[in-house]
Design a binder for this molecule. Sequence first.
Ligand code: HEM
Length: 383
Amino acid sequence: MPEQEAIVFDPYEVYFKMRQDQPVGREGDGAWEVARYDDVRDVLRDAETYSSKVIDSSRENTRAPSMLFSDAPVHNRLRKLVGRAFSPKKISTQRNLIAERCEELMKEMARETRTDLITSLAAPLPVTVIAHMLGVTGGDMLEFKRWSDLIFGNIAEILFGEPSDEVMQAGVDMDAYFIGRIEELRKQPERNLLGDLVEEETEDGKLTDEELLSFCRLLLIAGNETTTGLILASVRVFHELPETFQQLKGDPALIPAFIEETLRFYSPFSQTIRRATRDVKLAGVEISAGDLVSPLIASANRDEKVFDRGGEFIIDRKPNPHLAFGSGVHNCLGATLARLEGEIAVSAMTQQLAGISLVEHDPVSLAQFGGPDKLMVNIQPLH
Ligand code: HEM
């Protein structure tokens, strides 16, 4: 990396220091931040001690996505009901849709020499896929995208603070839209994810309207910005290590390993949150029942005790037991879909362009929710 770029504030340096000096620590009475791989994995896998019910009950009417923020037995029931719709076999049926949408977006992108990567590829690709899975079509799609941006961009206020009237209204409008769709689907079934979920039934019964609604919100939150983040991270790697672009061009079979390493190196879901259910000791630190605990996934994924030369991007790293999709019962439901979208986007970029780089070095920011709003890139077309 050129010298002037290296002086930008780098959260990975902070993580490195935390892993060395203070692997579990907090500021004031904030959440305990957990920096080492083994501790992060242990927290994620011990759902009894570290509960996902982090939102206090007085805020239960918020537009909270219930599955991600619930424990057994509620979580088991929801996961079982929606799990089938996300099986690798079901997801593989999305391949053509993703490839076609990516093709359209790339055609537009290849005409430019400079563009905003977020609006031209990284955001519309996952939004189209989720909208399609939920049966959102035509003009509704633009509204869907607007709600998605407003809700995701303000998720921290929605869950823990006071969202603005505009954000509240977006939530109300989106709920009304989906309630309407659910009613239609009950009368006239359709073959898409939401259509399947309306009919899905196990011994625990069917999903209620509120559960279906909550799942639509969850997909919006968990599936959009994270996948956008993966595409941005890939281009960040191309910018910092241009030889990787050429390697993938020459040998597309490396793309799946490249995606895994990108997920490890610039983890899009950089940290998550739990609440301790009992007094517990972690890495020698006493955590009290009720305290919030934040496993730093992005830090765990650079832990040099687990990843040889963890601070280096190794395109064909093997093994690569990263925690970018979490671990334990809440592990990412959309991982197969996210990998597929990432692979298709990277394949399209490396095959249809001569190169792509950031216009300005953009410091990595690891906000818990959301990434940058804009990321300008230079495009070198093939001809
Ligand atoms: C690169 C993209 C993605 C990354 C890095 C990612 C990461 C994660 C992580 C770390 C978790 C666990 C959070 C926790 O334990 O607190 C999670 C959960 C989840 N993700 Fe993803 N995700 C991605 C894409 C997607 C997509 C595309 C979808 C669906 C369309 C999706 C749906 C979900 C759902 C529903 C959960 C909750 C699972 C549960 O609570 O059982 N994710 N994701």
